[in-house]
Design a protein around this ligand. Sequence first.
Ligand SMILES: *Cc1c(COP(=O)(O)O)cnc(C)c1O
Length: 440
Amino acid sequence: MKNERNHELLEQYPQLKELAKKDTVFWENTNRMKKPKTMHFTMSEVEDAEETLQRFSSYLKVVFPELVKSDGLIESTIEEMAEMKNALEQRYDVSIPGQLLLKCDHNLPISGSIKARGGIYEVLKHAERLALASGKLKVEDDYVVLATEAFQSFFRHYTIAVGSTGNLGLSIGIMGKKLGFNVVVHMSSDAKKWKKDLLREKGATVIEYEADYSVAVEQGRQEAIQDPMCHFIDDENSKDLFAGYAVAAKRLKGQLEKANITVNSAHPLFVYLPCGVGGGPGGVAYGLRELFGEHVHIFFAEPVASPCMTLGLMTGLHDEISVEDIGLDNKTEADGLAVGRASKFVGKVMDTYISGCYTVKDEELFTSLALAMESEELFLEPSAHAGMFGPIQLMKNGQKYLEKHHLTDKMEQATHIVWATGGSMVPKEMREDYLKQTTL
Ligand SMILES: *Cc1c(COP(=O)(O)O)cnc(C)c1O
């Protein structure tokens, strides 16, 4: 660590040294509140998102036939992972009391990642705003009319731009092109080739950068400013993305109730969310804390090379510090999490909402990838495997947290949810490549 500020930070936050050395870190957030509050966001924005998605359901069913069976709802299931739990316990020599579930956002329709929530919502909201303002659409209309050529040629006058490490671009590109928009995706160096190829095939313009995510986002933002017909989806600041992600919380609550899974003071819920810039996990965490209060305990997971949220929360500097500032290179095979600087607004909100963060080494992500394949025939992309280490980290390094919150004797009744953030669209050859990167 180089400068004066870092020297002071190191004295104040000893765990920074471990972060800078790429050691695995479990960090407890002592600012978490029982009843957190934020001035930056309200549940009514989440309800608006739900209603907007509902209005579009008839349209979505027509243009994405895979949505017929869910009546136009973009949702994923929760599944028990008993075999994976055994595999993790054995491999890491730890007991995980309670039930281990997977939230299957890797199977979300349309784009196969958590970005199918926020990303698609922001595109739809923008399309609706334009169509309503033009007088061509009324809120009472059946939105299936948006599938007509008349609307396609209307949206063709407009552009949507985004900066991405891959999955957000994929979601925005697929949805935007389906509506008829011009779509420009600024892709960071981490973005996988197959994601760029697929986007080009769908008709999106893909601009590639040698630099990382923050640069791709900034370039996109600058270009978009110059074009009044262009809407920039700002992953570092967007409240619409956040609202779209948060919808998941209400749906999860319904799913848990249906599965007779109780969440209360005697039945704690632990949720482990892979984190990049923070929007996806942040939206989910916000919604879950609003709905389950103090009984839900949320941990964010990051690669050891890109712990931007851990760093921002730990130091209280949020987006004013980057992982490069502490000498990290932001290079990870977890492409969806390769972000060096956290979102401007999400970190500040999360400060009183989440229980903590932990980091994971890339080789562990591949170990988990192989374990999941072997035990459950489950494939998730490397980024999503960061969540699998949550229960292990909690049981190994979180004893103090559990004691402080009087949870130690309640763990047999606990539910652990690993949020599977992506994977179903990864091509077969890539999957095999990933699997080759580890032997158990
Ligand atoms: C984007 C992404 C995340 C994290 O979402 P952020 O909003 O960037 O924090 C996690 N997993 C996968 C697979 C992703 O693509």
